[in-house]
Design a protein around this ligand. Sequence first.
Ligand code: B12
Ligand code: SF4
Length: 447
Amino acid sequence: MKIILIMPGMGKKKNTSYVRTWQMEPLIIAQLASLTPDDVEIAFYDDRLEQIPYDEDCDLVGITVETYTARRAYYISSQFRKRGIPVVVGGYHPTLLPEEAGEYADAVVIGEAENVWNQILEDTKSKKLKKYYKEPLTSFAGFFPDRSVFAGKNYVKLNLIESARGCPFSCEFCSISEFYSSTYKTRPIEDITKEIQNIKGKRFFFIDDNLVADTKRAKQLFKAITPLKIKWVGQASLQIALDEKLLTIMKKSGCVGVLIGFESINKQNLEKMNKSWNQNIGKYEDLIKKIYKHGIGIYATFLVGYENDTTETIERTFKFAEKSKFLLAAFNHLLPFPGTSAYKRLEEEGRLLKKKWWLSDNYRYGDYAFKPYHHEPEELAKICEQSRKRFYSLPSILKRASNFRGNLQSPVIALIYLIQNLLAEKEVNKKMRIPLGEGLDDYENAK
Ligand code: B12
Ligand code: SF4
């Protein structure tokens, strides 16, 4: 038996290459490979890096699908299905919209793969593939992704690793809280240290959505990885600033930076997002100072387009980001991801411009998918784009550079700060208005 696993791309503009910072190793593919019995042959194609051989024979195709890649994934699926090869899809998008996914695939995995993957392979062998598979993971122990599937592919040199899944919070715009129903499941710390030891590189990205959701466990994890002498980045909630001991241990364990979702500087917006805890814990400025004191840089993310956002508040958000001397910052506008509370609310308010924007012919990356409260959609999309470009302009890079505990914490980080920031403006141009699901077949010509 042979299976083909596919990581679809989002799309790209004609005659450009794929956005480089998005070309990271897809951990899910390594996870599926590790779950696959040895007697099953595996081929893996990453649409972002190479052409997909639609004529290759196999018994099953497995595709991982996010909302942004759904259009492309469904196209890829149709190419195999028209040759009679069954396709199974899984991931955030099919989980939150299983019926839609079921129209484009023979089988849909709702939720996690670990407890259903072997059954799917058995059912493929006996030609009894079911439409839906759902079996949540209860124990997250003993799983080790098989990264040998990435051999020969030119990925960004950063090792992705999982320490836990889910997040106990329920921000209204977030797919994670819907996917995991606001639960949080952790991997045994010995599994994580073992996995790190078996990887050659020393640079890691903990992909947990909130690495410090359980601070007691986070401290144990950081203590356990300290002797491994790695450098790492991760995503954390602002709560880390309240615990100096945690910050000390984090830094000692090799943390160089954290991505923090500040989302808004406006209290009412945070309330609407169900994220008021972000500001209830203290003043942003004081919390940021505490993090810098420990030599940890901050990648700050903001969500623009909530009810209380006007041109003036967005400008204040931008000024705040600049003044806070963040290493990097994202000014994304609210996007109604299917299945989230934000999607449902905007639908009820009659604000959705396109119900299935992710499948629309003319939706482009960076476009608004709902009618904003105080602007025209195009106007607000432009304001977001300009904020990103201004943040990564030379004057702003220089203004933010004098952050000696964050952006200049070491010569290597200083270099990364400079390179990442200088490249970011170009990347904003490359990302904006990417036609979803298009431009990928002619990859070879574009190189
Ligand atoms: C790492 C990461 C990235 C990396 C890239 C990763 C890569 N390999 O290329 C970077 C930082 C570049 C990135 C970029 C973006 N990301 Co991102 N990313 C993640 C993150 C943190 C981890 C993904 C991961 O590896 N998970 C680990 C694997 C093992 O788990 P999994 O993918 O959930 O898969 C499990 C199940 O879903 C299921 N499954 C999944 N696929 C399949 C397929 C089959 C066949 C089967 C059987 C099962 C199955 O089984 C798995 C194991 O149980 C997730 C959040 C998260 N915690 O998952 C966001 C996430 C996937 N990203 C998201 C977004 C929005 C983006 C961006 C659009 C952000 C932006 N505005 O620019 C871009 C898009 C890039 C692109 N698609 O080209 C959203 C997607 C939401 C949605 N509804 O689709 C997420 C969920 C974050 C969030 N908070 O909402 N991302
Ligand atoms: S804290 Fe982050 S991961 Fe958790 S629900 Fe909110 S946005 Fe999602």
